[in-house]
Design a protein around this ligand. Structure first.
Ligand SMILES: Cc1cc2nc3c(=O)[nH]c(=O)nc-3n(C[C@H](O)[C@H](O)[C@H](O)COP(=O)(O)OP(=O)(O)OC[C@H]3O[C@@H](n4cnc5c(N)ncnc54)[C@H](O)[C@@H]3O)c2cc1C
Length: 246
């Protein structure tokens, strides 16, 4: 793998601990849902971490959405980057949380994220394929605080353009009016996801893509197993795909 020279061309501050960076320069092609490696040279060592590509694969730039892990070596320094600053990006993207990995019979797509795990779904929803393939798309975004519900402008535009999209914010600490007050798993268990999406979960037609922290992925997978859904593998098709950030 080689490193490409990127330059920050835009920086959106969502909260004190959540930002997006838009990066210009040569970049590899990717499939919506994949991640790239981003690196900085820190005390003579190149420190790299994976970050999901948030932008449409057709965009002339790359965008990542990240949160600060205070004790981590890389994310606090990425948070400090300003427009014009340099960073490294890998010349390859990877990952299987993509629509081309899904079985062909899927009718209802459920995209469930915690925190910055919304990234791959933002990219997927900026492709034509997402809107051609499914009858219903539901994005469930779980956060602690309401101000962590990033990209609301883009989501509002997508909902305006596509009536088949439903967005369900789930906020655990200070839920605003309209949001579900609690964890995404609770929302599944008390059927609020289905009620709010106007769509029933059915193993014959539903597929869940999960992205974010390990606990959410484990809890959601357990709850979905109880509803008859199984982990999706290439050799053994199922209804649950996931990507763990931490
Ligand atoms: C496939 C993949 C894609 C990823 N995409 C993104 C992304 O789009 N946006 C993003 O913000 N992060 C993403 N991550 C996490 C990211 O790669 C880094 O781990 C994170 O930014 C922290 O980096 P760090 O070097 O500061 O700390 P690290 O040394 O990486 O981690 C320090 C500790 O923090 C935990 N941790 C890692 N990430 C988080 C987090 N987001 N919140 C709380 N604790 C965390 C780790 O488990 C570890 O215990 C992704 C991880 C993977 C595996």
């Amino acid at each position: 793998m080689a490193w490409l020279n990127g330059t920050v061309i835009d920086r959106t501050v969502w909260t004190e601990t959540h930002i997006s960076l838009r990066i210009a320069g040569p970049r590899p092609d990717f499939t919506a849902g994949q991640f790239i490696r981003v690196a900085l040279d820190i005390h003579g060592e190149r420190i790299a971490r994976p970050y999901s590509c948030v932008n449409s694969p057709d965009a002339p730039y790359l965008e990542i959405f990240l949160n600060k892990v205070p004790a981590g070596p890389l994310s606090p320094l990425l948070m400090q980057l300003q427009v014009g600053d340099h960073l490294w990006i890998s010349d390859r993207c990877s990952g299987f949380l993509t629509l081309d990995e899904l079985p062909t019979n899927v009718r209802d797509l459920w995209m469930v994220a915690t925190g910055t795990g919304i990234g791959p779904f933002l990219s997927i929803m900026q492709t034509d394929d997402a809107w051609k393939r499914f009858d219903h798309l539901t994005l469930v975004h779980g956060v602690r605080h309401a101000d962590q519900l990033a990209y609301t402008g883009l989501l509002a535009k997508l909902m305006h353009d596509h009536v088949k999209l439903k967005v369900i914010p789930c906020v655990t600490r200070d839920a605003p009016v309209g949001a579900y007050a609690g964890r995404v798993t609770q929302a599944l268990q008390d059927r609020q996801l289905e009620i709010r999406a106007g769509c029933n979960i059915d193993p014959a037609f539903s597929h869940f893509m999960l992205c974010g922290n390990t606990q959410m992925i484990r809890d959601m997978s357990d709850a979905l197993h109880m509803r008859g859904l199984k982990k999706h593998l290439r050799r053994q098709p199922g209804q649950i795909s996931s990507e763990k950030y931490h």
